[in-house]
Design a binder for this molecule. Structure first.
Ligand SMILES: Cc1cc2nc3c(=O)[nH]c(=O)nc-3n(C[C@H](O)[C@H](O)[C@H](O)COP(=O)(O)OP(=O)(O)OC[C@H]3O[C@@H](n4cnc5c(N)ncnc54)[C@H](O)[C@@H]3O)c2cc1C
Ligand SMILES: *[C@@H]1O[C@H](CO)[C@@H](O)[C@H](O)[C@H]1NC(C)=O
Length: 524
């Protein structure tokens, strides 16, 4: 009897464990809320449009996406940027204007909702759609891309493009969309904002036009800071009488230099490059990123638009190549656990030998920073002020998250706007707080993961209140995670989906994934 008792006990415990294991697994692997919210992106509100003008300050990537979303909600959208007058002119305020940009999966997913002709127009602009695979090799160790999850043979597709080409194409999409009838482009610089007497909301925005004339945009419904690195909102709010804590903005210095070499490659030459077939239809045939103990050097070849291939390199020292003969010696300095493959070096040699002189661009990455608007007590910010893109959070660009982060912010904005009635103008008192808090919950992990990773490098200067020791546990976990991803399909799949912002971080805590990560010995 005792025997049957204990076997019943065992069976029911096993059953309970199994059920909770399944629930745990389901919880961790279900899609994040923002993926569910994609369905409403690009859908005009069914209720009456919100009255008042949405003023988008800054007309780069964040400004372009925000303006498109806001046309679904507001009667009138004004897009202000000093460099919008002539779209053919190279932008001078965007230091990464020559760098190739990888558009992560979430960006392409969102852009296709906002612009159903996204693929067609980006192809027409010279872009090439490819599998969302950039062949990441950490310290030389391959972190596989989960082609096996997509049995039709191709992963979701997206693009890598020269920033200049991507930016022009997106702006064109914006202005060709029927909703552009509601957009007024105002070439100029936003100089400040004015609050209502009780400081509950912003009433107007001051713009200096290109001819120097100041003008006031009144009847403001919403003000969106899309000023990128400038993060001008802090200054505007301070000047308008809002008291913001001096440590609202956190920043650290990764101390990285970044160089872009752009080769024009004929189709004939491209077909002769010794790139393995499995890496041809990708965003990047190869990416090498040094382990942080070795340094912060990285090298990647990108398949960019109009038959160009870009070689991007980073270093913490001023030793990036500036001419063809300096390239191979630089690449030979990359150190890691597995050497860079010989076909990669041969490919670069062939590009140097057979292409016209490449263009060079060498920049210093500015400090990474986070304006923590979400940390302010509710009621501090005017209800109708928000920030999107780098104006809110600026990440280390080596992970290529900038555009996808803009999309994530915009999905959040769209969802909140859909949830409010049309008779509630001015916007609800907690609108801004709701936006920043929801957004922070969705992007905090990006800031933590990239920052704590960077602290592993000896040249990185941490933010106030932290040391290079901060995040040791996170780095220990990360190295085991990469090691497990190099061995197990389900771990690699979780890593890839999280990197493209289409799975939540909790996917790492699914029982089998977590067990494998903890079980696997770090290779590094
Ligand atoms: C070297 C490098 C490589 C990168 N690679 C990638 C990548 O591969 N993939 C990726 O997704 N991201 C990448 N990023 C990040 C990406 O470039 C940024 O996240 C992106 O530019 C942010 O867009 P934004 O619109 O927020 O800001 P920005 O592009 O900086 O634009 C800000 C705009 O605001 C305007 N402005 C400023 N002040 C005012 C004012 N007072 N009034 C009106 N307008 C104003 C400026 O003229 C400008 O047009 C990279 C970044 C760097 C530095
Ligand atoms: C790229 O090619 C497209 C299509 O041929 C063309 O319209 C566009 O101007 C080209 N862009 C550049 C920067 O050369």
């Amino acid at each position: 009897m005792g025997n049957s008792h204990s076997s019943t006990y065992l069976a029911s415990t096993t059953g309970a464990l199994l059920v909770s294991g399944i629930v745990w697994h389901k919880l961790c692997t279900s899609p994040p809320q923002w993926i569910k919210e994609l369905d409403a992106l690009g859908q005009p509100r069914k209720k009456q449009k919100l009255v008042g003008t949405a003023v988008v300050c800054g007309g780069s990537i964040a400004g372009t996406v925000a303006a498109r979303v806001l046309t679904d909600h507001f009667e009138r959208v004004i897009l202000v940027d000093p460099e919008l007058e002539d779209t053919e002119k190279p932008k001078t305020r965007i230091m990464q204007y020559n760098a190739g940009h990888v558009l992560l999966s979430l960006f392409a997913d969102g852009a296709r909702r906002l612009w159903p002709n996204f693929d067609v127009e980006l192809k027409a602009a010279g872009g090439r759609l490819a599998c969302a695979d950039y062949q990441l090799h950490y310290s030389g160790v391959s972190v596989p891309t989960p082609y096996w999850d997509y049995p039709d043979g191709c992963l979701p597709t997206t693009l890598a493009m020269r920033r200049s080409s991507a930016q022009k194409a997106l702006y064109q999409l914006l202005m060709q969309h029927p909703a552009a009838a509601r957009i007024t482009v105002l070439p100029g610089t936003v100089r400040g904002v004015k609050a209502s007497a009780n400081k509950a909301c912003l009433e107007s925005v001051t713009v200096r036009k290109l001819d120097g004339e100041q003008m006031t945009v009144a009847d403001v419904g919403l003000v969106v800071d899309c000023t990128g690195t400038t993060q001008a909102g802090i200054k505007w709010l301070g000047n308008a009488g809002f008291t913001l804590p001096h440590d609202l903005r956190s920043s650290y210095a990764p101390n990285i230099r970044y160089s872009t070499m752009c080769f024009s490659v004929s189709p004939e030459l491209e077909s002769r490059l010794p790139i393995p077939n499995s890496a041809r239809n990708t965003l990047a045939p190869y990416l090498y990123s040094e382990h942080f103990d070795y340094g912060s050097k990285a090298a990647v070849l990108l398949h960019t638009d109009n038959h160009t291939v870009q070689l991007l390199m980073t270093s913490s020292e001023d030793n990036l190549p500036r001419s063809r003969p300096e390239i191979i010696p630089f690449l030979s300095m990359l150190r890691g656990h597995v050497p860079i493959p010989s076909w990669f070096l041969e490919t670069v040699e062939m590009l140097c030998e057979h292409c016209p002189e490449p263009s060079y661009d060498n920049i210093r990455i500015p400090d990474q920073s986070y304006v923590k608007y979400h940390s302010l007590p509710s009621g501090t910010l005017p209800s109708n002020f928000i920030a999107i893109g780098d104006a809110n959070l600026q990440l280390n660009p080596v992970h290529a998250q900038g555009f996808a982060k803009v999309m994530l912010n915009s999905i959040t904005l769209n969802t909140i706007l859909h949830s409010i009635g049309s008779d509630t103008l001015p916007l609800p008192r907690d609108f801004s707080t709701r936006y920043f808090k929801t957004n922070a919950a969705r992007t905090q992990a990006l800031w933590d993961a990239t920052r704590l990773h960077d602290y592993g490098t000896s040249t990185c200067e941490p933010m106030a209140g932290e040391t290079r020791d901060t995040g040791r546990l996170a780095r220990w976990f990360e190295l085991k995670l990469i090691s497990a991803a190099s061995k197990y399909a389900d771990v690699a799949s979780a890593v890839w989906h999280i990197r493209h912002l289409i799975a939540p971080d909790r996917a790492l805590f699914a029982p089998m994934v977590l067990a494998k990560v903890l079980w696997t010995q770090s290779r590094f």
